[in-house]
Design a protein. Sequence first.
Length: 338
Amino acid sequence: IFAAVMAWKFIEEPEFTPSTAPVDRIGLSLLAVGMGSLQYVLEEGNRDDWFNSNLILGLACVALVCLVVFVVHQLETEHPIVDLRVFKDSSYSAATGINFLVGMALFSAGFLFSLYCGTVMHYKAFDIGLLFLKGCWIQVLLMPFIGKFAGRIDGRYMITIGMATLVVSLWMHTQFSAMADMGALIAPLFVRSVGLTFIFVPLSIMALSGLPAQQRGNGAGLFNLTRELGGSIGTAWMSSLLSRSQIRAQSYYSEHVNVFSSETTARLSNIQNTNGWRFFDPTTSAYAMVKNTIASQAMVKAFNNCFWWITILFTFGMLFIIFLKKPKSDGVAIHDAH
């Protein structure tokens, strides 16, 4: 409600002249069917074992055909619904690539973090929400200052600082353990919030500043779409990778924890001697506790492995900064970026 009131009071509606160009119905249909099919594949693929499901395989083929035909059609038609020619601008393409990776890192890391807190730390949904609130409040304070200075400082420097900070945050996620306290959980969220603050506004300006005024609306729409697409792909990838990593880790730990190992035997004896009086069958209970420990450590290992993949990918993504050009200081891009 507060956001709606502030928007109604302070945001001015720019003059709008309806376009007289015909609507590209073919392109709109191809985009709707292609993106809808792709979204379903990404959301349900891991649950249905990906391409072992006829439905997922069929929709993946539909998405591939529709999106390929869509791209070809948009490049050939006179009045495209989405003008893909904006990607000819190297700075826009690089900024869009970074935006895709930011979406992938932001959404997939948030997905993994929430799942980690729920499955490993046994936090309730409300408590997980509080963790995000405690770790992300700094973004609300920094955003107005970043927006104020974004047009005065070379955006490439701000984006570099933001991406480097985000890499540090992702690396901090890889250090989680089954005994992490609240401070260890909040710290990477806090660092991430600082990094994202240095990325969002400068990156939008870098993307749109080199485009002609008539292409900026189209460019902004594509720019925002890539972030959402990156988040969907990243979440689907992490969901699949997490399941497979957990199976591999549990298999590895189980091979090294057996009754023929002196360490395992000592551990079982210690559990029976320490907690045996609590259980009717101390031996069975000791085996169950060891099994639970293996499962817990395998889950932690799987989460750390996923966070490492995101960290490495985002680190290499910093190479996109090389292709960014210094934004034009005409003031128009800053307005359009919002």
